[in-house]
Write a protein that binds this ligand. Structure first.
Ligand code: ZN
Length: 275
């Protein structure tokens, strides 16, 4: 059942209060509901006074009973939906899809998941090409190997690199998908969409930066500092026992034991991380 209520909503710009129809739950009995979600027509209102259009900060449950999935959006808290889910679990059991909606704080993420579930493809999203030279270029803060961080998911990685990878849990925080080609992709364990947020390359992958740093031609943290600036200290990765120099969008990994004994600028870079 769709649930709609009248609420007095203040305009964030001019503070005028107006009566607006607000949805707390919607389903596929509403005509063109997918379009309405994707076009920002649900819980987006226009101020009658100043014309400002804004999203009302409230929870929204979308139940697609035909395809048997449920998604929940709330900009700040999942407290309410978690309570509701507990109640419905008592009634319907854990297996019922409506008792386990996928939850989002970010409206764009919510919409992306609707698109994914509905099989709607955006043609302005990058399309993978077969292995080409451009894939070897490391772009700090963006990606390498045809995978864009914070955009592509584990599924995109598998589409491109196949199923032959080793999966390792990094504490209870993330998973590493490690490929023999010399590249690893990381996503967070609590991310239901498994979006890649970090990529690491080893020499075998033959990647290089725009500035000509290439893991197959030894270069040191001194070379890095000449391009990216001098760093006072290195970070240490607890999971791999590696030391690394972290810059905006890119990190350079060195051997931890060597880092204990050698001056920083002489350390040879072994791997590069993109984040
Ligand atoms: Zn207004």
């Amino acid at each position: 059942m769709s649930n709609i209520e009248k609420h007095s909503i203040p305009c964030p710009k001019c503070k005028t209060i107006s009566e607006q129809n607000i949805f707390h739950s919607i389903n596929t009995s509403i005509n063109n509901i997918i379009d309405k979600i994707l076009n920002d027509e649900i819980n987006f209102v226009t101020c009658p006074d100043c014309g400002n259009r804004f999203q009302v900060k409230t929870g929204l449950l979308f139940n697609n009973m035909e395809k048997q999935y449920a998604l929940y959006f709330h900009p700040t808290t999942f407290e309410f939906i978690d309570q509701e889910c507990l109640k419905s679990k008592r009634m319907f059991g854990n297996a019922f899809y409506l008792t386990n909606p996928t939850k989002f704080h970010d409206w764009q993420d919510f919409k992306s998941e609707v698109k994914r579930r509905e099989g709607i493809v955006d043609f302005d999203e990058p399309v993978f090409e077969d292995d080409n030279e451009e894939d070897k270029l490391i772009i700090p803060g963006r990606g390498v190997g045809g995978i864009v961080i914070n955009q592509h998911s584990s599924k995109d990685v598998i589409n491109k690199y196949g199923n032959d990878y080793e999966m390792e849990a990094i504490f209870s925080y993330s998973y590493e998908m490690r490929y023999d080609e010399g590249i690893s992709f990381f996503f967070k364990q609590d991310d239901p969409r498994e979006i890649i947020y970090f990529i690491r390359v080893r020499p075998e992958f033959n990647a290089y930066t725009e500035d000509g740093l290439d893991l197959n031609n030894d270069f040191s943290l001194r070379d890095v500092a000449e391009i990216y600036g001098f760093l006072n200290n290195l970070s240490v990765s607890e999971s791999t026992s590696q030391a690394y120099a972290r810059y905006d969008g890119i990190s350079f990994y060195v051997d931890y034991q060597e880092a204990l004994s050698l001056p920083g600028e002489l350390l040879i870079v072994k791997e590069i991380g993109i984040h």
